[in-house]
Design a protein around this ligand. Structure first.
Ligand code: FCB
Length: 474
């Protein structure tokens, strides 16, 4: 048996969700369509045609859900506000929408759970998409105005603000691959969206900082560890460089260095990025931030040669999707032979340690920015036993292994200040609809009953002990 490993005293344990994935109430209290409402209606875009109309009905059940967080012992809860609920059609701000988040925050504060607010987890008001969405520079300014309106309503009780969740997804996966809303499929559009998202981040950080210098401001990026199949083959090394560049450095470098990486600019030359970057944009994007959220699910092994048995990647929708990468057409992913989750994602906890060390070394270490793992989790095909129990040892193992990887990073000197499991609840997994379950709490979508899975009990024990305890399954 391994001995217990303690976490630092100020380390925060939390869980994460996002508005469209859990709230439901899609047509209530003035909310209008976001791009996800529209996209979920596109034939073949989402498995089973599922949508977020009801989801986990969290809009009506938030009190019970916060009580559940309290039972699990969560110290912090990462949620997002829905832009389309707060500012229907991108027009006037909606007091009823803001009031929902105000009540949620009150409930969290009363339960002694720190609200960790994300302003944009992919649900752009459809009306703004109709005006060009993130390919339109104006959307960045609209985002700043929206951020200030949410701050006006909640800033007295929320002090941790994340601008964007995973801008790689809301640009390249959404405007180039077309796998996510709004489903556009253009390399130029993905690049323009990526730049305008970064600009929106910079504008919002500056405006919020001017409102209140004491806020904790940051952004969440999904990052990966890209390795060449054969480190001695130039083609493989170049494949890894491209994925690292177009996944990680496209976002990290502007935020922390005020520039796009030269090799990425070279790769995407001719795709219009130059024309959307205005003078001063990069200085605007490079705002000091207090927190960098790292979302990590798995790493990648890549080559310029095709794999014999590639792992299926995106959701098997009937609507065709493209590669999300604007300049990696000859890059192929290879399986590493690791265990798989139900998403076909390889379980690679050591990648998280390596990633945190790299981000610390190359970007945040010399700054005042603290690192948090703002998402990490796994979907498995849960089985409910006759007595209602979900004995998800696989998810509990995943959670424990990744918390161990965080401790490894801390032991090596990286200042990681918290971890959020994705997700608190089973929920709407985007193009996968309700087919994939990531929760430490099971949701029965027929009855909306919540059941804490074994992984949830394991997490609660870890939080209680503030240390990695030997597994329940051992
Ligand atoms: C991340 C998203 C989150 C969820 C997990 C599984 O990319 O931020 O909403 O879908 O993946």
């Amino acid at each position: 048996m391994t001995s217990a490993r303690p976490f630092p005293r100020d380390f925060l344990f939390g869980a994460a969700t996002a508005a469209y994935q859990i709230e439901g109430a899609a047509h209530e209290d003035g909310r209008t369509d976001s791009i996800w409402d529209t996209f979920s209606r596109v034939p073949g875009a989402v498995i089973n045609g599922d949508n977020g109309d009801v989801a986990c009905d969290h809009y009506h059940r938030y009190r019970d859900d916060v009580a559940l967080m309290g039972e699990l012992g969560l110290q912090t809860y990462r949620f997002s506000t829905s832009w389309a609920r707060v500012q229907p059609d991108g027009g006037a701000f909606n007091p009823l929408g803001l009031d929902f988040y105000s009540r949620l925050v009150d409930e969290l504060v009363a339960a002694n759970i720190k609200p960790w607010l994300t302003l944009y987890h992919w649900d752009l008001p459809q009306t703004l998409e109709d005006q060009g969405g993130w390919t339109n520079r104006d959307t960045a300014e609209r985002f700043r105005d929206y951020a200030l309106a949410v701050h006006d309503a909640l800033g007295d009780r929320v002090d941790i603000w994340t601008t964007l969740n995973e801008p790689w997804c809301s640009s390249f996966l959404s405007y180039t691959a077309g796998a996510h809303a709004p489903g556009r499929q253009s390399k130029e559009a993905g690049l323009a969206a990526g730049h305008h998202l970064l600009l929106g981040h910079g504008l919002a950080v500056q405006a919020l900082r001017e409102r209140d210098p004491n806020l904790n401001l940051g952004i969440t990026l999904n990052l990966t560890v890209a390795k060449p199949v054969d480190p001695t083959r130039p083609g493989d090394v170049d494949a890894a460089r491209r994925i690292d560049g177009q996944f990680n450095r496209f976002f990290l470098d502007p935020i922390f260095r005020g520039e796009y990486p030269a090799d990425v600019l070279h790769d995407v030359a001719g795709l219009g990025l130059d024309s959307v970057i205005h003078d001063g944009d990069l200085a605007q994007i490079r705002q000091p931030i207090d927190a960098l959220g790292v979302n990590y699910y798995h790493g990648e092994l890549v080559s310029d040669r095709a794999a014999q048995h590639p792992l299926p990647g995106e959701a098997p929708t009937t609507r065709v999707v493209h590669s999300p990468f604007p300049a990696a057409d000859g890059v192929f992913h290879h399986p590493q032979g690791l265990n798989l989750t139900a998403m076909n994602w390889e379980v690679q906890p050591a990648g998280l340690t390596e990633l945190l060390q790299r981000v610390d070394r190359e970007y945040t270490g010399a700054s005042t920015t603290s690192l948090y793992v703002t998402e990490n989790g796994a979907a498995y095909d849960d089985v409910v036993s006759d007595d209602g129990r979900v004995a998800d040892a696989d998810r509990a193992d995943f959670l424990t292994a990744h918390l161990g990887a965080v401790l490894d990073a801390i032991d090596s000197g990286v200042d990681v200040k918290g971890y959020f499991y994705w997700s608190l609840l089973d929920n709407y997994e985007w193009a996968w609809g309700y087919a994939k379950r990531f929760g430490i709490v099971r949701v029965d979508y027929g009855t909306q009953q919540r059941t804490v899975k074994d992984s949830g009990h394991a997490y609660a024990a870890i939080i209680r002990n503030r240390s990695l305890v030997p597994m329940l399954t051992e």
